[in-house]
Design a protein around this ligand. Structure first.
Ligand SMILES: C[S@@+](CC[C@H](N)C(=O)[O-])C[C@H]1O[C@@H](n2cnc3c(N)ncnc32)[C@H](O)[C@@H]1O
Length: 347
C-alpha cells in the first residue's frame, strides 16, 4: 500500500513489544469509561494481549447481542475478545489488522479465549489480515455489519477517506460506527507527517477535528456524536519540542448510517423515553456526552436524535412519540438538552 503502512508495520510489529515501549501517552490514554459488562470480560483476557493494548479509549457499544461487529486495527485483540463476549453465541466479531506480529498474538489465544467465553463449539471471532482501507478484499460485503469499532487506528491511515467510505459501505442501514482516536486541534504540518515515531505514536496522522466533520459530511453523515474528549498528554520533552504547540485529544465518537440526518438539529416535537431494557443499563442510557436518558423519563429530542434512537438497533429500547410530519423550526437546545460542547451537529 504506502510507505506509511510499511513504517507502521515495523513500529507495531518490531519496535514495540508492549505499552512500556511507547514514547508518549497518546496510544494508551484510555479514560476509564468501559461499561461494566465489558470490564467483567476484560478480567478473563490474558496478560500478553493486554500488555500490548495500544488503544486510546473504550469504543465498546451496548446492546450487541447477536450483532456482527468489525474491529478495525484490532492489534492483539483485546477489544475483539471483549466484543466476542458481548455479541454472544449468535454474534460474530471480525478483527482486522495489517501487522502479522500483532495478529499472531491475537490468534494464539483464540482457542483458550473461546473456551473461557463458552464459545469453543462455535467460535464467534475471526481475525483477518489486511488493510482497513480495503475491506472488500477481506470479504466484507456491503451492508453486512451491524457495528464497526476501532481503537486508536484510523489516525494512522494515510487514506482516511477510503477508510470512512468503506465503513459506511459495509454498515447495514441504521448500523453504528463507534471509535476512539487521537484528533488534533489544528492541521498537522506536512513536514511532521512522515516521522515514523510521531506517526506510530498516533500523533502526526491525527485528523483535525473540523476536517473530520467535513469529511463525514461529504460522505453523507451530517451528524455524529461525541461521547468523550480528553486532552492527550505527551510527557516526552523531545517529542513535545518536535510537535510544537499542537493540541491533541483522545475522542470517542459515534456515528450512525442513517439517510435522514440533517445538518442542524430540527424540532419536530418528538419525545423519546428509554425503556431500561439495554442489558447492563437498567437505570439510564447515554447516547452521547449531552444525552443521558433516564429510564421511563420522557425527553424532548431533535429529529436527528429521534432517528438515532428509533431507526437503529436501539429502536427496541426506546419509545418515540411523534414523527417528522410537522416541523416547528430549529431545535431549542436550551430546553431540550444540556449545554455542553457541541459535537457533530447536535446542540
Ligand atoms: C495503536 S494500535 C491499536 C491496536 C488495537 N486497536 C488496540 O487497541 O490495542 C494500531 C493498530 O492498527 C494497525 N493498523 C494501522 N493502520 C492499519 C491499516 N491501514 N490497516 C490495518 N491495520 C492497521 C496496526 O498494525 C496496529 O496493530
Amino acid at each position: 500500500m504506502s510507505h506509511n503502512h510499511e513504517a507502521l508495520k515495523e513500529y507495531y510489529g518490531r519496535v514495540l513489544s508492549g505499552t512500556g515501549d511507547l514514547k508518549t501517552n497518546a496510544c494508551c490514554s484510555e479514560p476509564n469509561t468501559m461499561p461494566l459488562p465489558a470490564r467483567d470480560i476484560l478480567k478473563l483476557i490474558d496478560q500478553e494481549i493486554t500488555d500490548r493494548f495500544y488503544g486510546c479509549g473504550s469504543p465498546i457499544p451496548a446492546s450487541l447481542d447477536g450483532c456482527t461487529v468489525l474491529d478495525l486495527g484490532c492489534g492483539t485483540g483485546r477489544d475483539t475478545y471483549i466484543l466476542s463476549g458481548l455479541v454472544g453465541k449468535n454474534g460474530l466479531v471480525i478483527g482486522i489488522d495489517m501487522t502479522d506480529e500483532q495478529l499472531s498474538v491475537a490468534r494464539r489465544y483464540l482457542p483458550s479465549m473461546m473456551e473461557k467465553l463458552g464459545f469453543q463449539q462455535a467460535p464467534n471471532v475471526e481475525f483477518r489480515s489486511g488493510y482497513i482501507e480495503k475491506l472488500q478484499c477481506l470479504g466484507i460485503e456491503s451492508e453486512s455489519v451491524d457495528v464497526v469499532v476501532s481503537n486508536c487506528v484510523i489516525n494512522l491511515s494515510p487514506y482516511k477517506r477510503e477508510v470512512f467510505k468503506e465503513i459506511f459501505r459495509v454498515l447495514k442501514p441504521g448500523g453504528e460506527l463507534l471509535f476512539s482516536d487521537v484528533f488534533s486541534g489544528q492541521r498537522i504540518p506536512e513536514s511532521l507527517k512522515d516521522d515514523p515515531v510521531l506517526l506510530g505514536e498516533c500523533l502526526s496522522g491525527a485528523l483535525y477535528i473540523e476536517d473530520f466533520r467535513r469529511l463525514l459530511n461529504e460522505l453523507g453523515c451530517s451528524d455524529y456524536r461525541l461521547l468523550s474528549k480528553a486532552p492527550v498528554t505527551i510527557n516526552n520533552p523531545e517529542i513535545e519540542a518536535k510537535i510544537g504547540g499542537i493540541a491533541f485529544y483522545s475522542m470517542t465518537i459515534r456515528a450512525f448510517k442513517l439517510d435522514n440526518l440533517e445538518d442542524i438539529c430540527e424540532d419536530y416535537g418528538q419525545i423519546a423515553a428509554y425503556k431500561g431494557t439495554v442489558s447492563g443499563y437498567p437505570h439510564s442510557f447515554q447516547l452521547d456526552d449531552h444525552h443521558r436518558f433516564i429510564t421511563g423519563k420522557p425527553e424532548r429530542v431533535c429529529g436527528n436524535t429521534a432517528a438515532m434512537l428509533q431507526d437503529t438497533r436501539l429502536g427496541t429500547h426506546f419509545t418515540i412519540q411523534g414523527t417528522r410530519k410537522v416541523h416547528y423550526g430549529p431545535f431549542d437546545c436550551a430546553s431540550g438538552c444540556d449545554d455542553r460542547e457541541p459535537a457533530g451537529t447536535c446542540c
